[in-house]
Ligand binder design. Structure first.
Ligand code: MOS
Length: 694
């Protein structure tokens, strides 16, 4: 059925935009409740050891302090559920910044001051925090995120590489990165009659509902989690974080609602970050640039608490053709906080390495870098041998080259100069999986001619609520102003997290099926809505499962122009242009924002971001937004994002691929390649800073 207006494809502004900019949209710690108390986490000040004493007298004596919880007095959590969140249960310290106590007080000021006054004695043990690819503790994990095999090979890499006339063997490093969205990890928890209600800053409510029910040994239906508005996540809020558990624990102890938000400093490390990586890429090709052999070996770190294995080399598995291929992942356990998801996990550091190496291969073969990628394009997935459901990488490359004005490029590095500035351009390919997860939705019709669609989706700032509303309007054949959408609550039909660029593709499927079913029921009733309304529910689970194994990806091409001061090495990105194949554009405004946001984050990664780890103290020296540099407006003069027609009938009813992550993939390589073109200096260790150019 087609909407009278055709809402899909229209650039609607966000439904909640007015509420957000006027401050009426409520975030996790903005929900009012009678008797609200405030909690503050006390972080460990050692890296590794055992707590031998907790002195709480000074903190407890402060006016307004209600409780000081630590491993000696905190309520017991169910053991064996989640090692990361099993806090205040044991005296062990696994990493600096680990939550070792919580103060609850009448005001946030009292809680913060009292947290400072809690004194812990430790038996300090030596720590190891330095990532090295020579570490004797390197091991092969059972899988890498989310469930990929660690090592994959096809053909004979060693033989193919040895026989190739052009061979490159290159080493890359990326530092740790920190996703620190404007809204920190934050929760409000309240207990009433054995029921737990949590307003949670998270990319999905189901993980918290399930985890809290297990940790506190409650039936699932006794836990309700709401995340109506979320101030950004970037992967950091994909799973339950410690404040959710500690807010619920504190609320139970003081028998009052409790708000707990991490400080900005607490966002840097203890709750997750993108792991540093050490990567080796080997490329063997013929003189025409056709890749005969590719190997990508990646090393990353995890903690001693749980395993997080970044899928760094997975990008190389599906991107370009090559008969002989091998990818491996190794991990080492260090006395560091556990790394976590951050926008395009694996694909972000992995694409920096592979797309930088391809730039070197193009130069070695005397080929244009766009042409090199076109020569290694493929319609079948090199890993599985199955045809991609859609590809369009070539369309992105050629359209991007045309829009950017690539064709008259002189390939000679370091040959363009205007006054004190050297100029250069660079490019990279881009890709991200188009995954889909099952979901359910309900659709209701009312006698006043309005409709309501409900689904436990999450809008982390992407515009997902608005896009789903557009999808619903078209599926109902109704003007959008007669359709309401409800999301962000475990009381709504089942949907999984806003993560892995799966959100809209997954949720829209269930929304379409629920709306279709409602229309069928209405047709049976000849359009007459019963006085009490008409409600149906539908699930996409069976349909989603039926096509889970198809190789489905979004693609893109990134182009960058930089200038580099010939004397000081100062680097400026003048222009960043990306063209993407991301399926159907449901809302061009919010889609463009996602792509531009991802590209900007890639620019920030290329030039600015770097977790500066100090092994002596076992922590980051830069753990706030004053010292951890991110690109500011002045660093980002012109970012343009476009998309090509990308129809894919094998994806989901609307052919949606998801676009939250792909914008960052390849952006840093395009910029580093442009810096090489400008200066002749190849930087294989991010960020590209001026000291590396002089
Ligand atoms: Mo994304 S790192 O899956 O939120």
């Amino acid at each position: 059925m087609v909407s009278p207006v055709g809402a899909v494809g229209q650039p609607f502004t966000r439904l909640e935009g007015h509420d957000k900019v006027t401050g009426t949209a409520r975030y996790a710690v903005e929900y009012p409740a009678d008797g609200m108390a405030y909690a503050m986490i006390v972080p460990a000040t050692i890296v590794r050891g055992v707590i031998t004493g907790v002195r709480t007298e000074a903190a407890s004596a402060l006016a307004g302090v209600l409780a000081v919880l630590h491993h000696g007095n905190a309520p017991r959590l169910a053991a064996g559920v989640d090692a990361e969140l099993y806090r205040l249960q044991e005296p062990t310290v696994h990493f600096r910044g680990q939550a070792v106590a919580v103060v609850v007080a009448e005001t946030i000021e009292a809680a913060r001051e009292a947290a400072r006054l809690v004194h812990l004695d430790y038996d300090v043990q030596p720590h190891r925090t330095e990532l090295s690819d020579q570490d004797p503790g390197l091991y092969q994990p059972g899988h890498v995120n989310p469930s990929y095999p660690t090592d994959v090979s096809a053909g004979d890499f060693d033989a193919g590489f040895a026989a190739a006339p052009v061979r490159l063997d290159l080493a890359y490093r990326t530092p740790s990165y920190h996703n620190s969205p404007l809204e920190p990890h934050a929760s409000t928890a309240q207990w009433r009659d054995g029921q737990l209600l949590v307003h949670d800053a998270s990319q999905g409510t189901l993980p918290a509902q399930e985890l809290l029910s297990r940790l506190f040994e409650l039936p699932m239906e006794s836990v309700r989690v709401v995340n109506a508005h979320i101030g950004g996540g970037f992967g950091g809020k994909l799973y339950v974080k410690i404040q959710t558990v500690l807010a619920a624990m504190a609320a139970r102890v003081v028998d009052r609602p409790v708000r707990l938000a991490l400080t900005r400093q607490q966002m840097f490390g203890p709750v997750g970050y993108r792991t540093p990586t050490i990567q080796r890429v080997r490329l063997g090709a013929d003189r025409d640039g056709r890749i005969a052999a590719v190997a990508h070996d990646a090393v990353s770190q995890t903690s001693t608490v749980t395993e997080f294995a970044e899928q760094t080399a997975v990008y190389t598995r599906n991107m370009y053709a090559a008969p002989n291929r091998r990818t491996t992942h190794r991990v080492v356990r260090l006395d560091v906080p556990t790394p976590f998801w951050m926008r395009a996990p694996g694909y972000t550091p992995g694409s920096f390495a592979l797309e930088s190496a391809l730039d070197e291969l193009a130069l070695a073969c005397g080929l244009d870098p766009v042409e090199l990628r076109l020569r290694n394009d493929t319609t079948v997935d090199p890993e599985s041998g199955h045809p991609f459901t859609s590809r369009n990488l070539a369309a992105c490359l050629t359209d991007g080259a045309r829009r950017f004005g690539w064709s008259d490029r002189d390939p000679t590095p370091g040959s363009r100069r205007e006054g004190r500035w050297r100029y250069g351009t660079g490019m990279a390919g881009s890709s991200y999986p188009a995954r889909i997860r099952p979901a359910a939705a309900s659709a209701a019709a009312y006698a006043d001619g309005t409709f309501e669609v409900r689904i436990n989706a999450a809008d982390i700032g992407t515009g997902a609520r608005t896009a789903l509303w557009q999808v619903a309007a078209d599926a109902l054949g109704a003007p959008p102003q007669r359709v309401r959408i409800e999301i962000g609550d475990t009381a709504l039909p089942y949907a999984e997290v806003a993560g892995g660029s799966t959100g809209l593709a997954s949720w829209s499927w269930a929304v379409v099926r629920a709306c279709e079913r409602l229309c069928e029921r209405l047709a049976e009733l000849r359009g007459v809505v019963p006085a009490g309304g008409l409600l149906v529910e539908a699930s996409s689970a069976e349909e989603v499962a039926a096509q889970a194994t198809l190789p489905r990806f979004a693609y893109g091409a990134q182009f960058a122009e930089v200038r580099v001061d010939a004397d000081t090495g100062e680097i400026r990105v003048r222009r960043l242009l990306g063209v993407f194949a991301v399926g159907r554009a449901v809302n061009p405004t919010t889609l463009r924002s996602q792509l531009v946001g991802g590209m900007t984050m890639g620019l920030s990664m290329a030039l600015h971001e770097e977790g500066a780890f100090d092994d002596r103290y076992g922590t980051w020296a830069n753990h706030d937004l004053a010292s951890y540099h991110i690109s500011s407006n002045a660093d980002v003069p012109a970012v343009e994002a476009y998309w090509v027609t990308d129809e894919d009938s094998q994806l989901n009813p609307l052919g949606i691929k998801g676009a939250g992550e792909i914008g960052i993939v390849g952006a840093a390589a395009a910029i580093a390649n442009a810096v090489h073109h400008a200066t002749g200096v190849r930087v294989r260790e991010l960020p590209v800073t001026l000291d590396k150019l002089l």
